[in-house]
Write a protein that binds this ligand. Structure first.
Ligand code: GLN
Length: 497
């Protein structure tokens, strides 16, 4: 077994017992990246030199007997909308193509403080707007299970990095599903924590009332390790939650006895692959067999969730993205006067999906339409929150699919925004409600592609999500969760698509 095939927990143990050095671990991941990333394209920027430097420092520290963090020396990849000091942070946009932040996001600073070597910055849909990573201004990322297919998005690069053994852990961001949907399409575990649990400071803003940094990992325990590191109050983020952070790795013994689980029933399953629905039903039956009380929960407002989200998120985006005017940040086009300069900068710097969102958002916020669109959407959001509160009076946990279909083909939906938006239908209401939600591998489609389950809990109940994910892991059996990547190893890489 190669070092890059290990989980973060295993690497942590091997490093602490000095079976391996961090330099060896990092080298193994760098070799893997060299082997497969020119084809899969998970990374926008790779940072092998600084990763090896950090690894070397950690190894020397360990030799000197320093008291190190459990994740010290375990490498990580970071989505390229999380600011990293002195390291290019592009948001996969031309407008920030050469932007080098003068500061670290709080989550990035935590990773550095713990001594985790950063392998690089991962690809995403431009400004995290999208569900396939095809909206990256630079290149799409491929799904390692089938290179003709998308990895999901917007944290597609982070999901692929972990699924293909290019990083044991990754940070992503989830506004309306951007961690959970790609995790499920790539067969890995993705957590969107409770809104406010992880600081948003330094996460480039898309829709501030929904944006949340979270984790991508091979399993729930690794997720807990990384969550321990990044969760917590941050005075630099006014929406960050106060209060102590539990040890997420504690109390994870898979136990489902007496757990009240509500299986989400959608008013329409149009667009759902029947095998997805079957996987959810099987998961529910498994829980019931092991002592859980399983019932049905119909979230009648999920239908409206999508419409509300696609008004609220673009509205916030249109305001947040106003800062890219060619003066303070990034790309700047020449112009005879300030107006042409602004419009050229934004016209050339933003891709089509970003422009679409800015236009939708500006329209929804404009005088005369505000009440009809933005305000209505916010009222729907309140109703959705209440519906969740009601559901959580009856159930401890909600179970559903993490995506209505397995990974779709590259190019299949990119020309039809509405179809693309519909692929978020399972994820969006959790985001609007602000509750924690986790995607865990649930099985395989007959096509061989992974399918994910989505678990949702009350605010700050991340431990329950992790514990239940562990239950599913225990019953997963011996099925390999790693994509074969034979198409690359056979050398078919560059011409396969
Ligand atoms: N796919 C959704 C969108 O395009 C969610 C993206 C995200 O969570 N960042 O808005």
């Amino acid at each position: 077994m190669q070092l890059y095939e290990h989980t973060a927990a295993e690497l942590s143990r091997m490093l602490q017992s000095r079976e391996v050095s961090s330099v060896e671990v990092v080298r193994s991941f760098l070799e893997r990246i060299d082997q497969v990333d020119s084809y899969l394209k998970a990374f926008i920027t790779q940072t092998p030199v600084t990763a090896l430097d950090t690894a070397g420092e950690i190894d020397s520290g360990r030799m000197r007997g320093e008291n190190l963090h459990p994740l010290a020396g375990v490498p990580v990849a970071i989505k390229d909308n999380i600011s990293t000091m002195d390291l290019r942070t592009t948001c996969a946009s031309r407008i920030l193509e050469n932007y080098i932040p003068p500061f670290d996001a709080t989550a990035a600073a935590a990773v550095k403080r713990a001594g985790m070597p950063i392998l690089g910055k991962t690809n995403l849909d431009e400004f995290a707007m999208g569900s396939s990573t095809e909206n990256s201004a630079f290149f799409p990322t491929r799904n390692p299970w089938d290179p003709q297919r998308v990895p999901g998005g917007s944290s597609g690069g982070s999901a692929v990095a972990v699924a293909a053994g290019m990083a044991p852990l990754a940070l992503g961001s989830d506004t309306g599903g951007s961690i959970r949907q790609p995790a499920s399409l790539c067969g890995v575990t993705g957590l969107r924590p409770t809104y406010g649990r992880v600081s948003r400071y330094g996460l480039v803003a898309f829709a501030s009332s929904l944006d949340q940094i979270g984790t991508v990992s091979l399993n729930a325990f690794d997720c807990a390790l990384l969550l321990n590191l990044v969760a917590g109050h941050d005075p630099l983020d006014s929406t960050s939650l106060p209060g102590a952070v539990p040890d997420y790795t504690a109390g994870l013994e898979p136990g489902t006895k007496g757990l009240r689980v509500g299986v989400i029933s959608y008013s329409s399953t149009e667009g759902f692959d029947p095998e997805v629905t079957e996987t959810v039903q099987k998961a529910a039956a498994l829980l019931e067999e092991h002592g859980a009380e399983v019932g049905e929960v119909s979230l009648s407002l999920t239908d409206y969730g999508l419409s509300a989200y696609y008004l609220i998120a673009p509205s916030e985006a249109s305001s947040n993205l106003g800062r890219y005017d060619g003066i303070r940040y990034g790309y700047s086009a020449a112009g005879d006067n300030i107006e042409t300069m602004f419009s050229r900068t934004r016209g050339e710097g933003f891709g089509p999906e970003v422009k679409r969102r800015v236009m939708i958002g500006t329209y929804a916020l404009s005088a005369g339409y505000y009440d009809a669109y933005y305000l209505k959407a916010m009222q729907v959001r309140t109703l959705i929150r209440r519906e969740y509160e009601k559901a959580f009076k009856k159930f401890d946990l909600l179970l559903g699919a993490a995506s209505p279909t397995p990974a779709f083909k590259i190019g299949e939906k990119i020309g039809d925004p509405l179809q693309m938006y519909l692929s978020d239908v399972c994820n969006i209401t959790d985001s609007l409600a602000g509750v924690p939600s986790l995607a865990v591998p649930g099985g395989f489609h007959s096509s061989g592609l992974p399918l994910g389950l989505q678990l949702t809990a009350r605010p700050l109940q991340e431990q329950l999500l992790l514990k239940t994910a562990r239950f599913f892991e225990a019953y997963r059996g011996q099925v390999s969760l790693r994509p074969g990547l034979e198409f690359i190893e056979k050398g078919g890489g560059s011409s396969a698509v």
